[in-house]
Design a binder for this molecule. Sequence first.
Ligand SMILES: [Zn+2]
Length: 513
Amino acid sequence: MIRHKLATIFLLCVVSLAALLPLFSEQKPVSFLIVNAQLADGTGAPLRQANVRIAYSRILGIGDLKPEKEEPVIDAKGLVLAPGFIDIHNHSSEGIIADPLAETQIAQGITSLILGPDGESPWPIITWIRSVEQLHTAPNLGIFAGHATIREQVMGKDYKRIATPQEIQFMEQLVRQAMNQQALGLSSGLEYEVGSYSNTDELVALAKVAAEHGGIYMTHIRDEADKSFEALNEEIAIGERAHIPVEHSHIKLGTVGVQGKAAAYIKVIDDARKRGVDFMADCYPYDAWHANLKVLVPDKQYENPRSVAKALADVGGASRITITQFKPNPADAGHTLADLAKTAHVSDVDMFVRLIREGDSANTEAIIICQSMIESDIKAFYQQPWVMVASDGGISNSHPRGAGTFPRVLGLYVREKHWLTLSEAVRKMTSLPAQRLGWKDRGVIREGAFADLVLFNPDTVIDRSTFTNPTALPAGIEKVFVNGVLVWDNGKPTSARPGHFLGPGGAPIGILN
Ligand SMILES: [Zn+2]
């Protein structure tokens, strides 16, 4: 099976090289030179002045390089040249099909979208890979296998219970299948409906299979509210028992009961790291989260007034909750739960229950934004060396993080608030996620690495997306290259789609685009 696959890959390489040969035989220059750039090379090293030569999809040279005869030159005019940003938590597996240019993503400098987070992925993975490869996309793509997706494959609609040993064995087989189809690891979303019924043993069993295939375990843990610490301990136990690197998705302390406890939370993680647990996390730069309405009520008693009242109090009240999407009543979008209750002359709790019932009868759910994190916690998390930047957003996201995350960190947290140096922020967007994924030749500017690059203006870079206009494009991202091809230039996409599908290792797999 593996030998067959290798043979196929080899054949494809030969075919692709053959396709490139006519380019060599023509006398046209095949390289280009970026001059006058300040390099933030992704390693966290201080900025330095250098020219960078690119040929085909790779970086050919760095230093005091002079243009060759007829070689095209791009003048960076002193702006910052960084590796393209790798978004390790991106929800665009469907969006990319409708929008392969991914304008809101490349406009932020993102060159690789890592999809399939929170336990949900396309299935079968290989079918999805084939469809995006035929489509040709501007950014590179990678994919995780979703635990909930796999659980539903095995248990169908009967998932509201612990799985049997036979069912877990079947799930293990499906994880193996996904890993053989180039998944980067296993993702879980244990606060969501399907994943929440699994126990720790099930997750350990599946994570072990991902680990055997070189994958990582990326998780939206069981609770980001009052039980955040218990959920963190479970996550660490899964990492230890399955001997698998862990990526903690969108680290946060999301209720009044745990707000302000970042230092204690970080200590638990640092202690685990000292014991040898390979633990990293990502964080989005906003104090509001985005999910469905039911996530608010951890005991799942969505119509129990006492449970609902506690849930609302935990996040600081109904005014902290804004509906962004509700199919049975689209006009609710943009209003807070408190506003809706006031207009309908009912209590906040009654309004919540009404939305749950309307949603249940229409077989859909209200999508909400909930402002329940505090800035000092976000700052503390971002200042940890093992915390990277990720959006938890994606194409057409109704949270501004979908179009604003990376420029926001550079503009707000680096330039305005001085939480991070520029080179450290760039490291958190590039080599750190690459390291987490085990990618060797991306996330850094060095000779031989893939030429995924972003040129930005450190004085003007900033997000412009808001809760009322969540897809507004950022400012200050001047040029973006994917595999050596310009995809974003001067405020708009070039319409080039040079993205590859990337498996473990970060090299293109399957057919070359
Ligand atoms: Zn999540």
